[in-house]
Design a protein around this ligand. Structure first.
Ligand code: ZN
Length: 489
């Protein structure tokens, strides 16, 4: 593809032309979930954002290796490195093996991602499967003089690192401010400075997930796994590292420091971060009662929700905002997304109903150019969707005769819709909840008609309705007060 793709690089704070290190190969690493609970609305945005980036790069002819990790050890209760491991805490509360917790919520995450039509990553490494490599990285950092050991734990020496390199280059944090904010913590911690972060932690006696090492029996610090697994699978330097904005500090800042401290090289060329989702203007949080899991969203079972929203409604809701802008969840916004998605699919289905004219009153090639230009402008999916809606107007106008499509335009229009709605934006047609309700109302209507026929002993009519519904794949069971029905599996 000729046109240049521009993407906002968090570290340079500007849109830059995207040039892969080894074209057509592109390596992407995205921070995946810490699997200690049900996947929630907050998981959907990075997954969908980077899914569209992946799909668009493939559309442009790149060969993409997409690595998304599973954090199954080392992510502690609070990000200041105190407290219990999130997974171990859950295991203790539920009396499970930590790896049972990991398996259960990994499966649950995968099931939700499948529903959202998020592509599986090419590689999905787990932190607990890369302990040896993490210990090797600690050795390098230690040998280079950027780490120190205290009581069997190893910490990254931010002060020593800052004398040579720029700590804070990604997040814009200034070390002097960090000093000022952390003085009062002195004496409570074995760290030299409270902004130092753990590379290895000695396990307390009650800690279950532990591995032997030259330092102590313990476990790796949270930031280490991503430095290790990204470069293991994508090379010492690679193209894109992504994640939510909440990971910029400390997680990604620490990743940069670790890579440079170990190899002297910056591993990542483009840092891409999606903004967060708020709920009715508030941050999502368990204590605020607005914490919505994806299954609750899909089933409608949550006090904040007025109804269920389909996975494609959620996908549409996320993509109709630019990934770097804030996105506020509300029932109104989700309802609007549901209607928008239905209109788009309806128009796609209607393309086949347009009667071709000799000439065309619209220039369909413009549509493709607009979609590509929008995606090349930092993945501007809302503009892609708006351009598709302009075409929806044209399609509807053609159906009522006020616009004309010739045969070529109809074929081109169908192809552009296919390319962008399904391949790049990653939607799949689904029966909307509105249509589902209508269909089930129609089945009930027919079965009630059948009951009336039976009552008046018109068995020919009642048997006819029954056999027609059965042939459509509906199972009917007569009960004492009427009937039950379901779709045959
Ligand atoms: Zn990470």
């Amino acid at each position: 593809m000729e046109q240049k793709l521009f993407i906002y690089n968090t570290i340079t704070r500007k849109k830059e032309e995207f040039t892969p290190l080894n074209p057509p190969f592109v390596g992407i690493y995205v921070c995946g979930p810490t699997v200690y609970g049900e996947p929630h609305l907050g998981h959907a945005r990075p997954a969908i954002t980077f899914d569209v980036l992946y799909r668009y790069l493939v559309y442009r002819g790149n060969k993409v290796r997409y690595v998304r990790n599973i954090t199954d050890v080392g992510h502690l209760e609070d990000d200041t490195e105190q407290g219990e491991d999130k997974i171990e805490k859950k295991a203790r509360l539920e009396q499970l093996e930590p790896m049972e917790v990991v398996q259960f919520y990994t499966d649950s995450y995968h099931a939700s991602m499948d529903k959202l039509n998020v592509h599986k990553p090419s590689i999905e490494p787990r932190a607990s499967g890369h302990i040896i490599e993490q210990l090797q990285l600690i050795d390098k950092i230690y040998e280079n003089g950027f780490a120190y050991e205290v009581n069997g734990s190893v910490y990254f020496d931010v002060e020593a690192y800052s004398k040579k390199y720029h700590y804070g280059k990604l997040s814009g944090r200034v070390l002097d401010d960090l000093y000022a904010n952390t003085r009062e913590l002195d004496g409570q911690s074995e760290k030299k400075n409270s902004f130092d972060f753990a590379l290895w932690k000695k396990a307390m006696p009650e800690h279950i997930m532990r591995w032997p090492s030259r330092w102590s029996e313990g476990f790796p610090g949270w930031h280490l796994e991503c430095s290790v697994m990204s470069t293991k699978y994508l090379g010492e330097e690679f193209d894109i590292h992504g994640g939510g904005m909440d990971l910029i500090f400390p997680h990604h800042e620490c990743e940069i420091a670790q890579s440079i401290a170990a190899s002297g090289k910056e591993a990542v060329h483009y840092w891409i971060h999606n903004n967060m989702i708020t709920i009715n203007g508030q941050k999502m949080g368990k204590s605020l009662g607005n914490f919505i899991t994806l299954n609750e969203l899909f089933s409608g079972k949550h006090a904040v929700l007025t109804k269920a929203y389909s996975p494609m409604t959620v996908r549409f809701f996320i993509l109709q905002a630019h990934y770097r802008s804030t996105l506020d969840f509300s029932n109104e916004a989700l309802n609007a997304a549901e209607k928008g998605f239905e209109r788009l699919i309806e128009a796609y289905n209607n393309i086949d109903k347009i009667k071709p004219s000799e000439t065309s009153t619209i220039n369909i090639n413009n549509l493709q150019t607009k979609c590509i230009d929008a995606l090349n402008d930092d993945l501007n999916t809302p503009v892609v969707i708006a351009s598709l809606f302009e075409a929806v107007k044209n399609i509807n106008a053609a159906l009522n005769g006020s616009e004309k499509f010739d045969k070529e335009s109809i074929i081109a229009c169908k192809k552009i819709f296919n390319d962008f709605i399904f391949n790049v934006l990653g939607f799949i047609p689904e029966t909307s909840s509105h249509v589902n309700k209508l269909l089930s109302d129609l089945v009930e209507l027919l079965l009630n008609e059948r009951m009336q026929a039976k009552k008046r002993k018109d068995f020919e009519a009642s048997d006819h309705i029954r056999s027609k519904l059965v042939s459509l794949g509906i199972e009917i069971k007569d009960t004492k007060d009427g009937f039950e029905w379901k779709l045959k599996n």
